[in-house]
Design a protein around this ligand. Structure first.
Ligand code: ADP
Length: 404
């Protein structure tokens, strides 16, 4: 079965085409700057060079059509016909309390995604555009949605409720939802397999550290607590997001600097984190490079970033009354040996021993970076959210075909 995986943003759209028989990627790419006369389409058939085209693409329906055109292109295509695509899987950021697993798209599901616009105003409207764009181009192809929040729906109420008036939860659904769920689920599953232990007997802390970053306590295979909250702003310090701060800073700063709600939101989401403290960049590579030249702001930014992550790991060890393994994933987690070393060197009280050589080894592969005698294992596991979306889509569509 061939499955197209789509991650639609407001002005961009990423895609991967999977052959599920061997879970291989046949082609991938993205369309950026949708809505402009100079949109950029990149298309890469596996094993061949990437092709880039700059052209006018004003909306998502056209973007999907252009992608499909490339997939069946005479020389560069990987399909004989569009009809070979049997299903499309979409990433959807917010599933609220309505979705605790992936589902096949129907009118009710679309309505519910729409109802959740309020909770994810930057993401859910774009995902719905993607779903409609696929419908317009391939009206008979079933679609599946995979939610970033779904994995975290197992959190107990003590984890997901905030100590604020209950009316806010009852009336407005103010609670912790958590994000990056597809990634936390994938790496915890992989960790159990690599450790050769049943997932439902493990206490894991999974650290998805990319531009956005979150940390999850995975207890017996289920999300028990996670650092992102009602929105992806809470928790760890990130590239441009503040993570946890005293909420009183918001009204105080608004008063002192005469900021609007929009401005304070933008300050905390786009002008904080590594960027704000270093004054250099939100990119960990540039921070580490600047530290090498003795830059004190970069060093401070790194120290704060590491410290806040380490505190969360400690908190989750306490939350689960122990910890069997820590998993690092995503851009920074997979690539920054400096960050992993800084975190692990100060967790020796847990009986954790870092294998310094394994940590430094550059490889894009799954590997253990703790010593044989370490009481807590540490793993680097590259995440693969697209594969999870393809698998869930495959599963749901196969079940449907079986029923029919
Ligand atoms: P996103 O959250 O956008 O999906 P990624 O998971 O791709 O992001 O992570 C992107 C980030 O990973 C970059 O901003 C950069 O800080 C970091 N990164 C990538 N490669 C390295 C590296 N070799 N060393 C340190 N950080 C890296």
């Amino acid at each position: 079965m061939k499955i197209l995986v789509i991650n639609a943003g407001s002005s961009s759209l990423k895609f991967q085409l999977y052959e599920m028989e061997n879970e291989s990627v046949l082609a991938k790419g993205k369309v950026e700057r949708i809505g402009m006369d100079s949109a950029i389409l990149s298309y890469e058939p596996t094993g061949k060079n990437e092709i880039r085209q700059v052209e006018e693409i004003l909306e998502h329906t056209t973007a999907i059509r252009k992608v499909l055109d490339w997939l069946v292109h005479k020389e560069e295509g990987v399909l004989g016909s569009i009809k070979e695509i049997q299903a499309v899987g979409h990433r959807v950021v917010h599933g609220g309390e309505s979705f605790s697993s992936s589902v096949v798209v129907d009118e009710d599901v679309k309505q519910e995604i729409k109802r959740l616009f309020d909770l994810a105003p930057l993401h859910n409207p774009a995902h719905l555009l993607g779903i409609h764009a696929v419908e317009a181009n391939m009206p008979d192809v079933p679609q599946v949605v995979v939610f970033d929040t779904a994995f975290h729906q197992t959190m107990p109420s003590q984890s997901y409720l905030y100590p604020v008036p209950m009316v806010l939860y009852k009336k407005h659904k103010v609670r912790r939802y958590g994000f990056h769920g597809t990634s936390h689920a994938y790496v915890s599953d992989r960790a159990a397999k690599l450790m050769q232990r049943p997932l439902d007997e493990l206490k894991l802390v999974t650290c998805h550290i990319g531009n956005g970053a979150s940390c999850t306590a995975v207890l017996n295979g289920k999300s028990y607590d996670t650092s992102m909250g009602m929105t992806p702003l809470e928790g760890l310090m990130m590239g441009t997001r503040s993570g946890d701060i005293d909420p009183a800073i918001v009204p105080y700063t608004m008063g002192k600097e005469e900021l609007t709600i929009g401005e304070v939101n933008s300050m905390l989401n786009k002008h904080s984190g590594l960027m704000a403290i270093s004054g250099i960049s939100s990119d960990m590579r540039e921070i580490v490079q600047a530290m090498g030249t003795g830059d004190r702001s970069a060093t401070l930014a790194f120290e704060m970033y590491e410290y806040r992550l380490r505190k969360y790991i400690g908190a989750y060890a306490a939350a689960m009354n122990g910890i069997d393994a820590i998993v690092f994933t995503a851009g920074v987690g997979e690539n920054s040996a400096d960050l992993r070393a800084a975190v692990c060197r100060k967790l020796t009280f847990l009986g954790l021993e870092l294998d310094e050589e394994a940590n430094e080894r550059r490889s894009g592969e799954e590997r253990r970076i703790s010593t044989d005698s370490s009481k807590v294992q540490v793993w680097v596991i590259p995440t693969n959210e697209e594969l999870v979306i393809a698998r869930d889509t495959h599963q749901l569509i196969s079940d449907r075909i079986d029923v029919v």
